[in-house]
Design a protein around this ligand. Structure first.
Ligand code: SF4
Length: 305
């Protein structure tokens, strides 16, 4: 059952109905329909749909999607996220193969996999990520892999061990980066109590730090802007991410999915996004994307920004 949490002071949103002209959604195309068919005929969830991503028209029209493993119900209730919250009962040990089938149909060379939080599972769902990696590499040994995982709560090391042991089994010698391991800090630590209730900034940094230590793994994170953060606070987060070895960063505008979610405090200007991109480069991120429509999986397949 969908649990909707009315959290915030709605009056704080600045002219939400009047979004700046740079916030746009593209309409679909024939390729969009093909992508939808591959996703739906294989009974898969995507974060593109579940989180109402504004880029779905563009990404699906280019034949890409981000698969959301482990069901459509999340055990946490972040104030910005449109994914359903509740007590998941779902488990499907054929999902990995169906993801591989869809990816094969779509002809993808690079795949982003994410999942809901599954704090109810002993391994946080790590085995399902691992099985999906194996199924994908069995179909296409050199496929580019990117995970966007939960923080795995108290089982971080176990989750990493499960995923890495299967990744090492299907290692591709022609790839220098075997996998990008993404985990989004989403916002500045001061906002965690409202924005990422149930999560912990230090725990997120710890997961990224552990991920970076794995052979062939690059770490990635993302921050949503427009929640009232200052440049100084964002810079501090970027420094924290670099200090644990994160190489890739995505920064985009938060858009409120429904009136029950956190209000937008500010539509960050294009100039400010450019400035964040420059700061990230100065701090040594090798891959940095910054712009209103940027999401962690947006144009993820591009080698460099
Ligand atoms: S940005 Fe990511 S989540 Fe959004 S539509 Fe594109 S692939 Fe899907």
């Amino acid at each position: 059952m969908r649990k909707i949490i009315p959290v915030f002071d709605h009056s704080a949103e600045p002219n939400a109905s009047r979004m700046p002209t740079w916030i746009r959604q593209q309409l679909g195309s024939k390729k969009f329909t093909d992508t939808a068919k591959s996703v739906h005929s294989n009974s898969l969830n995507t974060v593109c749909e579940e989180a109402s991503c504004p880029n779905r028209g563009e990404c699906w029209s280019h034949g890409t999607a981000t698969f959301m493993l482990l069901g459509d119900t999340c055990t946490r209730a972040c104030g910005f996220c449109n994914v359903m919250t509740g007590k998941p009962s779902w488990f499907d040990d054929e999902e990995a193969q169906r993801v591989a089938n869809a990816v094969h149909e779509m002809g993808l060379d690079y795949v982003v996999l994410t999942s809901v939080n599954r704090d109810d599972m002993k391994d946080g769902g790590a085995k399902v990520f691992a099985d999906t990696i194996t199924a994908l590499r069995k179909n296409k040994p050199d496929i580019g892999l990117e995970l966007l995982t939960p923080d795995f709560n108290r089982v971080q090391q176990e989750a990493i061990d499960i995923i890495m042991s299967q990744l090492n089994e299907v290692k591709c010698d022609s790839l220098s980066t075997q996998m990008v391991w993404g985990h989004n800090v989403e916002t500045i630590p001061d906002f965690y109590k409202t924005v990422r209730k149930g999560s912990n900034y230090e725990r997120s940094l710890k997961l990224l730090e552990l991920a970076v230590q794995q052979d062939g793994v690059e770490a990635k994170s993302a921050i949503m802007m427009g929640m009232g953060e200052t440049e100084e606070q964002v810079t501090a987060v970027l420094k924290d991410l670099r200090s644990v070895g994160v190489q890739r960063i995505a920064m985009g505008q938060y858009l409120r999915p429904t009136r029950y979610h956190l209000p937008v405090k500010e539509y960050v200007s294009l100039e400010q996004f450019e400035r964040y991109g420059e700061i990230a480069k100065e701090l040594g991120f090798s891959w940095a994307k910054s712009g209103p429509m940027v999401r962690s999986s947006y144009h993820a397949e591009e080698e460099q920004s």
